[in-house]
Design a protein around this ligand. Structure first.
Ligand code: CA
Length: 365
């Protein structure tokens, strides 16, 4: 039957082509499917392989790109330390060791201080506001400018929402309790803690548990209930404080080597951008849902002592944060330019959200 069908089809095609179809080898080449080149990229991350939320986001990104490009662009994701250490993602992508990275911009303050404004800033923007600033408030253009000297193109790569204040083995009842506190807290939050008398430490996620367990650090922030539960931090700390004043809406980043991106055909470039946007949206939705469930589990199953920071501690941290931001801004021209845009956006959106998001959430409570 099959053979007969093929014969009939061939005959029909031949007769159809007798009059209308041009002949010759040139035509055959034109009708042949375009030669599909498979491009293979490496994507390095600052997270343990497949770590919930942060590590699964770049995996989702790679899957989306593969599917949308019908396999023409295949991206292999590497966990922290598999190809390069967690905190060498920026360099690896800048130098082309990997074509892409997934990390947090605030890890790169030693490379370019202005990068610190593109993850989360103490008492800064929420996730919703951060997306607004980046996508419609001029943030993306500034971020492009900050990363251009490093041959990098940045894109938002997910947002955790408001983080938790962190895990402490000492009670925080007043500002004085922060004096001498050795805490894993990266970026600007760390600077603020230092001004409050503490000692900030930057450690990749994978080293937090042991450092807290052995007493190398007294406290740590990580992300929120979902990720903190996955790391088992409740086993090595007594108190879980909120809110994460230091990271009110931490945006992850995709970095792309500019040469690698420029070498892609236009449709694959668009696919990379759209997949990144999808993952940026997806992560916040995932964290919003999983954090609430994880918080219930931490409280009911593991009996975690969840506490608010005292008001006077938050007031003090806010004052110190303003000082830190002003100083970071004053240190170099690029930081000043980014901070001016950021501050303007924050002041306006804060005024707007007082009568919208904030007013509504207060009313609902
Ligand atoms: Ca954090």
């Amino acid at each position: 039957m099959k053979r007969l069908l093929l014969l009939v089809l061939s005959a029909l095609l031949l007769s159809a082509c007798n009059q209308e179809c041009p002949q010759g080898p040139a035509d055959a080449a034109a009708r042949a499917p375009a030669k599909t080149e498979t491009i293979k990229w490496k994507l390095v991350t600052s997270w343990p392989k497949n770590f919930p939320g942060l590590g699964t986001a770049p995996e989702k990104f790679a899957d989306l790109v593969k599917e949308m490009s019908a396999g023409r662009l295949q991206i292999k994701v590497y966990g922290a330390g598999e190809l390069v250490p967690a905190l060498q993602v920026f360099d690896a992508v800048s130098q082309g060791t990997a074509e892409m990275g997934h990390s947090g911009a605030y890890y790169w303050k030693g490379k370019t201080p202005a990068a610190q404004f593109f993850t989360s800033v103490p008492f800064g923007l929420t996730a919703q506001e951060m997306n607004g600033w980046i996508q419609y408030g001029g943030g993306q253009q500034l971020w492009d400018e900050v990363y251009a000297p490093f041959n990098l193109m940045p894109l938002p790569g997910g947002n955790t929402g408001v983080q938790m204040g962190g895990w402490f083995n000492k009670e925080v009842n007043s500002v004085d309790d922060l004096k001498g506190l050795k805490m894993r807290i990266p970026g600007l939050g760390g600077e603020v803690l230092q001004r409050a008398g503490g000692t900030p430490v930057t450690l990749p996620g994978g080293e937090i548990f042991t450092s807290l367990q052995t007493g190398t650090i007294d406290a740590t922030e990580w992300v929120g209930p979902y990720n903190d539960l996955a790391f088992g931090l409740f086993k090595v700390a007594k108190y879980y404080y909120y809110p994460g004043w230091h990271e009110p809406g931490s945006m992850m980043e995709f970095t792309i080597n500019k040469d690698a991106f420029a070498a892609l055909p236009a449709d694959l470039q668009a696919i990379v951008k759209v997949a990144a946007r999808a993952v940026n949206d997806d992560m916040l939705a995932e964290f919003t849902t999983r954090n609430q469930n994880a918080l219930v589990e931490l409280k009911t199953r593991h009996h975690v002592d969840v506490r608010p920071f005292p008001d006077d501690v938050l007031v003090k941290m806010k004052t110190l944060s303003e000082q830190v931001l002003e100083e970071v801004a004053a240190a170099d021209d690029m930081s000043a330019k980014v901070y001016a845009s950021f501050k303007d956006y924050r002041d306006k959106v804060a005024a707007y959200h007082k009568v919208s998001e904030q007013a509504y959430i207060n009313a609902r409570d």
